[in-house]
Design a protein around this ligand. Structure first.
Ligand code: SF4
Length: 458
């Protein structure tokens, strides 16, 4: 790199650190919450390289591997793709891989989770932050090549425009290529990403090797979410202590969240994780909330009986106490005119069709789980559905080549655990939502045009 550190830039404060677009990022009434706009952000709102440097300063240079690892450790930066693994430990593992093979670096922005838009919004609006993070870390690792794995076409355009700007400016850094992620829920899994970059199918690979020692072409590979790299770019400019000042101690920095469902202002929000869920939902324009799906389709439910059920923050520790995980930063909101069990059944049916077709328990077991769960959702034969779930789940759980079946089972368990009262109603052939339309589910299940109509008893 030939850029030098700027010292005249003020570190960003509040909840506008990643500032998805300096033009469109909107302040809300709460300093801990910024609304980055709805899902229609286009690449024309992309921050140019000149604007980016004006906003954040030039790319830091001269950082050693030890400085980077220590700064990210102090910052407590964890992965923003869902696993929450400490970034400094990933970098350390790749740096210490005992091999002479070239090192690769990958930013995953594929968002295979249908409810997520944060990664594509970040890449559309501010790809330079992601590229900065990759560039700084790639340099100290001596990486041979970098890849950004992305599904969203607008994001693809924005990244290529940013790469052109950097080349034109003469920034000397690792060569980054954009790899298109195909549709499919499992296409964003780490080993799927590696196979796709190797020009194979975007399907999970059966391997116990860690990517840090054996990733792309068997070489050490640092793979992390695009938001993680963007945060690293800021931390390595402004310091670990600055980053921690934006969170709640153990859960540092800000976080991008995608909020969708029954809200007046769906979209991507940048928030302090200590903010209360009630405050966040107010900003998103939610009313008459019946349930929240936290963490996406492999996440868990909150049954909202009254306002007090929303009176908690969604930092990692608070959510863990409730056996929840924010995952890739996803909150789905259901209002009282929606049956959460029906919604869950729609999601389970979608996920059952996302099997990569490589493992028997997944291929044959997930459709059976979906059919059994549909009986419960449609109040058709709830007792039979519960009995079928009890017999099928042990034959599927922990028997897949990847986490996909266990993720589906986790959602089923969360639904049954959170909505026992609703399921009791279904047992008597009723539903709490009068006149609920079982054929139209609110939360998206791609390529499922007929809604619940594809679900039914045997
Ligand atoms: S468990 Fe399912 S999704 Fe995972 S590798 Fe096997 S068939 Fe594919």
């Amino acid at each position: 790199m030939n850029e030098s550190v700027s010292t005249s830039i003020m570190a960003p404060s509040g909840s506008r650190r990643l500032s998805l677009s300096w033009e469109t990022s909107l302040r809300t009434g709460n300093p801990d919450i910024s609304y980055a706009g709805d899902f229609e952000l286009r690449s024309k709102s992309r921050v140019t390289l000149a604007e980016h440097i004006s906003n954040y300063g030039r790319i830091p240079t001269g950082l050693s591997l030890n400085m980077i690892i220590e700064t990210l450790r102090v910052a407590n930066l964890t992965g923003r793709g869902g696993a929450r693994f400490p970034m400094y430990r990933k970098i350390d593992a790749v740096a210490n891989a005992r091999t002479k093979k070239a090192i690769y670096i990958v930013a995953n922005g594929s968002e295979s989770e249908p409810l997520s838009r944060k990664d594509s919004s970040l890449l559309r609006a501010n790809p330079h932050l992601v590229l900065d993070g990759m560039s700084i870390i790639a340099e100290v690792l001596g990486a041979k090549a970098g890849y950004i794995y992305v599904k969203d076409k607008e994001a693809h355009v924005a990244i290529n425009a940013a790469l052109r700007e950097r080349r034109d400016r003469g920034i000397n850094e690792v060569r980054v290529s954009v790899v298109e992620a195909p549709p499919g829920y499992v296409s964003g899994q780490e080993t799927s990403v590696v196979r796709r970059i190797e020009r194979g199918p975007a399907l999970p690979r059966f391997s116990t090797d860690r990517l840090a020692t054996s990733g792309i072409k068997g070489a050490p590979t640092l793979l992390s979410n695009v938001e993680t790299f963007a945060n690293a770019a800021l931390i390595l400019r402004f310091g670990g202590d600055w980053y921690r000042s934006g969170g709640v101690g153990y859960d540092s920095g800000t976080r991008l969240l995608t909020i969708s469902g029954s809200v007046a202002r769906p979209g991507v929000y940048e928030v302090n994780p200590g903010v209360s869920v009630a405050a966040l939902l107010r900003e998103a324009g939610a009313s008459s909330v019946r349930a929240l799906l936290v963490g996406g389709y492999f996440g868990g439910w909150i049954n909202v009986r009254d306002e007090s059920d929303l009176n908690f923050s969604f930092d990692d520790h608070t959510l863990a106490d409730r056996k929840l995980n924010i995952g890739a930063g996803i909150i789905g909101v259901l209002s009282k005119d929606t049956c959460p069990v029906v919604e869950a059944a729609g999601i389970v049916e979608y996920l059952s069709r996302q099997s990569a077709g490589q493992c028997g328990p997944c291929v044959f077991g997930l459709p059976e789980i979906s059919t059994a769960f549909a009986r419960i959702a449609l109040s058709s034969n709830v007792e039979k559905g519960i009995a079928e779930l009890r017999s099928v789940i042990p034959l599927v759980e922990h028997r897949g080549g990847c986490q996909h079946p266990d993720g589906v089972i986790g959602l089923v368990r969360s639904t049954v655990g959170a909505f026992g009262d609703e399921i009791k109603l279904h047992k008597s052939g009723n539903c709490s939502v009068v006149g609920v339309n079982h054929r139209s589910v609110l939360l998206p299940t791609p390529k499922m045009n007929s809604g619940m109509s594809s679900i039914g008893g045997k």
